[in-house]
Design a binder for this molecule. Structure first.
Ligand code: URA
Length: 242
């Protein structure tokens, strides 16, 4: 066996000694097999730091959120089924690869979830995207379904449910109930979000034990107004207006 080359000083991820490496807030550990947290790379942590910073202006917030969304969609797609697929390259050689199996669609929870649609389109050409509008009912304070527009054959599709902030999970739970009522099997739904709360994850995983969640980070918790802590404030306001 060849000896490993000595790490080159000043190059690559090992460029600092262990004792000099910067530290960062860590994602909360949860014990659900269905929950995937993106690898906490220096890139991802730097992107999260940009969008969490209260001083980040709107243009940068959009740019860096979009980068994280892209990573989330790419990871989400890894949870879809594939089949063996061998191709012949231009030099006449074979490559044993894979191809995706099954149709997919996105469903965004309005308004903030719509910010994730382009990231899905960038990865899946001409993907169908449905929408669900859920708002708090003024009288009952419970989430209420106001509007939905979903592909008519959604029951035959894998669904990537899009909502950036997974706080209590109230809207996501209602959205999943709508999808299930239209015939989508629970295990064909992937809920993709940027930042989750441990409470939301637990509520959701208890209700839908077969539904997969892909997130970039699980935060500490919720405040009295159900904002995620440390979070990033109101995602929709920061993406669309501020
Ligand atoms: N929605 C947001 O935009 N932010 C939160 O912290 C919680 C829900």
């Amino acid at each position: 066996e060849k000896p490993k080359p000595a790490p080159v000083q000043g190059v690559g991820p090992d460029y600092r000694s262990e004792s000099q490496k910067p530290t960062a807030t860590v994602s909360t550990d949860v014990d659900f097999e269905t929950v995937t947290v993106l690898p906490q790379t220096p890139q991802l942590i730097a992107l999260l730091s940009m969008i969490r910073d209260r001083n980040t202006e709107r243009g940068d917030f959009i740019f860096y959120s979009n980068r994280i969304i892209r990573l989330l969609v790419e990871e989400g797609l890894n949870h879809l089924p594939t089949v063996e697929h061998t191709v012949t390259t231009p030099v006449g050689s074979k490559y044993d690869g894979l191809s995706f199996q099954g149709k997919i669609c996105g469903v965004s929870i309005m308004r903030a979830g719509e910010a994730m649609e382009q990231g899905l389109r960038d990865c899946c050409r001409s993907v169908r995207i449905g929408k669900i509008l859920i708002q708090r009912d003024e009288e009952t304070a419970q989430p209420k379904l106001f509007y939905d527009k979903l592909p008519e054959d959604i029951a035959q599709r894998w669904v990537l449910l899009l909502d950036p902030m997974f706080a209590t999970g109230g809207s996501a739970i209602m959205a999943v109930q709508v999808l299930i009522s239209r015939g989508v099997p629970e295990d064909h739904i992937l809920f993709i979000n940027l930042i989750a709360s441990p409470e939301g994850i637990k509520n959701f995983a208890t209700k839908f034990p077969k539904l997969r969640v892909v997130t970039a980070f699980i935060d500490q918790g919720l405040d009295e107004k159900n904002y995620i802590i440390p979070g990033l404030g109101d995602f929709g306001d920061r993406y669309y207006t501020m």
